[in-house]
Design a protein around this ligand. Sequence first.
Ligand code: ADP
Ligand code: ASP
Ligand code: MG
Length: 421
Amino acid sequence: MRKIIVQKFGGTSVADTDKIKNVADVVLREKQNGNDVVVVVSAMGHTTDHLVKMAKALSPNPSSREMDMLLSTGEGVSIALLAMAIQAKGYDAVSFNAMQVGIMTENIHSKARIINIKTEKLRKNLEEGKVIVVAGFQGVTEDGEITTLGRGGSDTSAVALAAALNAERCDIYTDVEGVYTTDPRIVPRASRLDIVSYEEMLELAHAGANVLHPRSVETAKQFNVPLRVRSSFKLDDMGTLIVGVDKMELHRPVAGVAADLTQARIVVCDVPDTPGVAARVFTNLANENISVDMIIQSYARKASNTNDIAFTIDKNDLPKTLAVLETLRQEINAGDIKVDDDTAKVSIIGAGMIDRPGIASTMFETLAKLNINIRMISTSEIKISCLVDKIDAQKALKALHTVFDLECDVVADVKGDLPDV
Ligand code: ADP
Ligand code: ASP
Ligand code: MG
């Protein structure tokens, strides 16, 4: 049986028609290797950012259904253009949006999870020898409503398709040559990692390394999809391979560092110190689909029998969060609600830090030497995160990258320009 390879190309890789022609060549190279190819593409260049900008110019809080209707159009353009470019080179190709394929998601707008992908149409078209081009980032509900998977979600579309089709591999083609020890746009001497574990990559992606959508890594790990991140512009380079941790030897305590500037910190002050109150706060948030990241509950004040609960959320969820908390505050008789959105989460990640003492103290000392105040700390077995002031994030990231010896001699080659929103 022929092998299926899923390839995904991000916005920079399909930013204009010349780049789309280049993508067609990359696709056909894989086809000429004798493989069946399913291609997932993102919207061209900064299209999605521009669509968001237009929506915000019309409404401060646009409805999430209409946002999904709007944002899903970007991928509709690039799939048709890529299919045409492949056809122009003499090969058979067909483009499909999520509704045509049957990429079924939950009934949640702006961050829907894929539940199931129908493969009949895809298999039939592959059997007919066609290259299939699928729109990333979008899905459809049982009721026929269009959803999106969250910004950067085309990676997840690609990995989910690879899992559903039992593909040989999923190659994520992007504007850098793989996964680096940190964002090479911020630290040009970041080192390219040849191999990284699903576990580390998951933590890196959650910590703000947006080279991969976190849920794409989760899906790859769950279904054991071999994943590669590589450059659309440097084809002979194999990029970074992402595999299970058991396949690796861990020489380094820290694999990478990342900063996440999308979080806001909320403090609910003077919360009654009684059983069940924290459960109510976080259940009410969960019911509105708001994910909480770091959480700290302060030591209870004996005199008033209250404590403070601080946590972080995605800034985009701020209006919804404040609405939930305002109602709850009155019900549970809590005090003020404070918001701080000038924060950043800085993290170090590495499977090699397990059972290696001194990693946390090195991190905290490094931040202390720079006079950076740590507002919250959270840890997992392979990650330490500190919430700091946004203004300190780059300084912290660079210092941590140096102190954990992650620098290399060459400057990374990054194509494309920074997002303009
Ligand atoms: P695409 O449009 O191809 O999906 P993205 O912009 O989503 O591309 O992801 C690629 C970008 O991720 C790079 O240009 C780089 O600036 C950024 N990035 C952040 N952290 C890392 C990292 N650790 N390794 C590589 N790239 C990173
Ligand atoms: N076009 C979408 C975005 O910009 C999805 C993606 O690029 O993965 O977020
Ligand atoms: Mg991306």
